[in-house]
Design a binder for this molecule. Structure first.
Ligand code: CA
Length: 87
């Protein structure tokens, strides 16, 4: 008797964590005063405009990847942030 094969489940997603303080930082500053950050600090936008963080990420293979983005904002402060992705 031949048994039906079970389709192989996809491999679990591989996760990589990219810290802001390790990226290219323009205008902003690395700080450590506020608790709750991961890595060796966090990047604080200190100017009203023009500050940015740039990660250069090389994927192992082509395909679709999911991106998560974690940030915090101090109370009483409004900040508009734009997240851009390019290939
Ligand atoms: Ca960090």
């Amino acid at each position: 008797m031949r048994r039906a094969s079970t389709p192989a489940s996809p491999p679990p997603p591989r996760e990589k964590l990219y810290q802001a303080e390790d990226a290219a930082i323009v205008g902003a500053e690395v700080h450590r005063a506020s608790a709750g950050y991961t890595g060796s600090g966090y990047v604080d936008y200190v100017h009203t405009s023009g500050d940015f963080i740039e990660w250069n990420i090389a994927a192992d293979t082509g395909g679709t990847y999911r991106l998560g983005f974690r940030y915090a904002l101090g109370s009483g402060v409004a900040l508009t942030v734009t997240l851009l992705a390019a290939d």
